[in-house]
Design a protein around this ligand. Structure first.
Ligand SMILES: C[S@@+](CC[C@H](N)C(=O)[O-])C[C@H]1O[C@@H](n2cnc3c(N)ncnc32)[C@H](O)[C@@H]1O
Length: 230
């Protein structure tokens, strides 16, 4: 990974098993101060994505994390989902915990073009990953790759930490300082809208629109579902 963000690689190499435990127990997956009343945690996003995308659809979890919790979840729900992550230990942890999806997870770096043809996926999840990628790369390579890889009308679920610059916080679940790249939602939305995406709006009490929340660290986040043009 890039030299200026190599703290994330070191962190995940050292904490892969613990990360999988925290993730699978949804320990950091409870949100506070959410902008949408139906958004209380990761599981609400999973439920909503399943309403937007029919089972059987092909998906990619970009930066699936140690243990690939969400790849396993969507696979069990009948989705044809793959997961990639830059850190080999994270993928090994996914294969250890979930041998059923061992062939569905692999090492890949989102700072480079991915080895899939255009229009390979009906949906892409990218949750809390660009926080580890420098903005010029995230905006210049990673997000454009997602637009290339999605089929027409495909859905991108994107979650990122918001603010300006880089922030370091103490994470008590790992007894470690962690450093994150923050993003301005407007900049990301401008890029996606400029490439033909539309934010999936809130419908009644269903999740949608540009949603904000804090995680337990606490850090500010933005999350939305964006649909590629038909
Ligand atoms: C906070 S974790 C999020 C994991 C998962 N998406 C989730 O929501 O639980 C961030 C993940 O992004 C991965 N990551 C960071 N930079 C990456 C890159 N350039 N390419 C692929 N994965 C990357 C890390 O290895 C880590 O597993």
């Amino acid at each position: 990974m890039s030299q200026n963000l190599d703290y994330s690689e070191t962190f995940y190499r050292q904490h892969a098993r613990r990360y999988a435990e925290v993730s699978h127990n949804f320990i950091q997956s409870v949100y506070i101060e959410t902008s949408h009343p139906a958004l209380r945690g990761d599981e609400d996003l999973m439920d909503r994505l399943q309403e937007l995308i029919p089972a059987g659809s092909r998906g990619l979890d970009a930066g699936c994390g140690a243990g690939a919790r969400d790849v396993f979840h969507y696979w069990r729900q009948g989705y044809d989902i793959l997961g990639v992550d830059a850190v080999e230990e994270n993928i090994l942890e996914a294969r250890r915990l979930h041998p059923e999806i061992a062939q569905r997870v692999s090492v890949a770096d989102l700072r480079r073009p991915l080895d899939y043809p255009d229009g390979s996926f009906d949906f892409i999840l990218c949750n809390a990953v660009i926080q580890h990628i420098a903005p010029d790369i995230a905006l210049g390579i990673t997000l454009p790759e997602f637009t290339r890889l999605l089929k027409p009308s495909g859905i991108l679920q994107l979650m990122f930490k918001t603010g300006e610059g880089v922030a370091t916080v103490y994470d008590r679940d790992y007894a470690a300082d962690r450093t994150f790249q923050l993003y301005d939602p407007e900049e990301i939305l401008d890029l996606l809208v400029g490439r033909g995406f539309r934010i999936v709006p809130a419908e009644g009490d269903k999740l949608g629109g540009v949603m904000n929340f804090k995680d337990p660290k606490p850090m500010d986040h933005c999350v939305f579902f964006a649909r590629k043009s038909a």
